[in-house]
Design a protein around this ligand. Structure first.
Ligand SMILES: *Cc1c(COP(=O)(O)O)cnc(C)c1O
Length: 361
């Protein structure tokens, strides 16, 4: 498919992009889909289309990837960090209320590990405060909340097809919305601020510069890769569920003994099993465990350095260590076990045996 794609139009908007868009619309039950070069760019595009401006404040977790906050700062607006919940590692709805001010214009919930944030509460707060919600669903493609696909619950949903995610095309992303108005705005921003997309659909006879914009369009060869991956969606999900479930069961004795705590998946949330993670007692133990696993050739990892403790946030937002105790605790004690579709049951068992040997030694 990729070789075929290289033979024709290799820029954008061709047959492979169109087929990806149709499939994503069907999979997510989403009205409008734009393919982008990354979730980072989807987030930037969403906030550009929503006309975020200097002086505006946007609520988001500190426990996230830098792109969530960068998208806000690139528009000259202020990211305001919110504490996470200690069992889901997702935005805590009560803490959102505490951070609302008259300058708050939106919330960017991050569905960590493909587990939904409390979207009923977040939606309620947004409605009452007349602010928008943009979902950072980078990790949440084909995960659900009360029967609805994540990324379709806010004004915009932002997805990643980066190599590290469930469905991949090297580097890529999507922006999803149900609003025709927002779709057209985002489409113009994505085409360098021009109405070229409308021109290509023969809706106007020439295209021109209408507003600020940039270039965030996925190229056809990557769309061909993405199309092949979308065709394997159910298979990929099945393998990830197999490994996630196996880890969960095998780790249960350690959970019962209180050595570790696994991420909770609340009622009504259907995970896409993007990450299997757990917390240990403290940071030194985490680092020792990772070293113990590494010595046995097991690539367990951790993330994120909380954004509020980063040098950039400290210098520009005046935040610092101690501001968000739950975030700091989770970030400093979290362990992610290897999780990819070709991991066998025997390999998964070997991983858990290695974890057990650490605690039982
Ligand atoms: C991966 C990720 C991103 C960035 O995605 P890219 O496609 O690599 O730009 C943004 N937010 C979260 C929560 C992520 O996990």
């Amino acid at each position: 498919m990729v070789l075929e794609a290289l033979d024709g139009n290799i820029s954008s908007g061709g047959i492979y992009s169109r087929r990806c868009i149709e499939q994503i619309q069907e999979i997510l039950e989403a009205r409008y889909v734009l393919l982008t070069t990354s979730c980072t760019h989807s987030l930037e595009l969403a906030l550009m289309a929503l006309e975020l401006k200097p002086g505006d404040e946007v609520l988001l977790p500190s426990f996230t990837f830098v792109s969530t906050a960068n998208a806000v700062m690139l528009r000259g607006a202020k990211p305001v960090f919110v504490e996470i919940n200690e069992s889901t590692f997702n935005l805590d709805a009560e803490s959102i209320k505490q951070e609302l001010t008259s300058a708050t214009v939106g919330i960017v919930p991050v569905h960590y590990a493909g587990v939904a944030c409390d979207m009923d509460k977040i939606g309620q707060i947004a409605l009452e405060s007349k602010i928008w919600v943009v979902e950072d669903a980078a990790q949440a493609f084909y995960a659900h909340y009360k029967g609805k696909a994540l990324g379709t619950l806010g004004a915009f949903g932002c997805f990643s097809f980066h190599n590290t995610k469930n469905i991949v095309c090297g580097e890529g992303g999507a922006l999803v919305t149900d609003s025709e108005e927002l779709f057209h705005k985002a489409e113009i921003c994505r085409e360098k601020g021009t109405n070229r997309s409308a021109f290509l659909r023969n809706e106007v006879d020439k295209y021109t510069w209408l507003q600020h914009g940039s270039s965030y369009i996925l190229a056809e060869p990557l769309a061909a890769l993405l199309l092949a991956q979308l065709g394997r969606l159910e298979q990929i999900l099945k393998e990830r569920r197999r490994i996630h479930t196996r880890y969960n069961e095998a780790m249960a004795p350690l959970v019962r003994k209180g050595y570790v705590r696994v991420q909770q998946i609340p009622e009504g949330c259907k995970s896409n099993y993007h990450i299997f993670c757990f917390l240990v007692a403290h940071e030194q133990e985490r680092d020792k465990l990772l070293a113990h696993l590494s010595k046995q050739g097991i690539g367990a990892t951790f993330h994120y350095v909380p954004l509020h403790t980063s040098p950039f946030a400290q210098a520009n937002l005046g935040t610092g260590k101690g501001d968000f105790p739950v975030t700091e605790k989770v970030a400093s004690t979290l362990v992610r076990l290897p999780l990819f579709p070709s991991l066998t049951n025997e390999q998964a068992d070997r991983v858990v045996d290695a974890v057990k040997s650490f605690f039982y030694s």
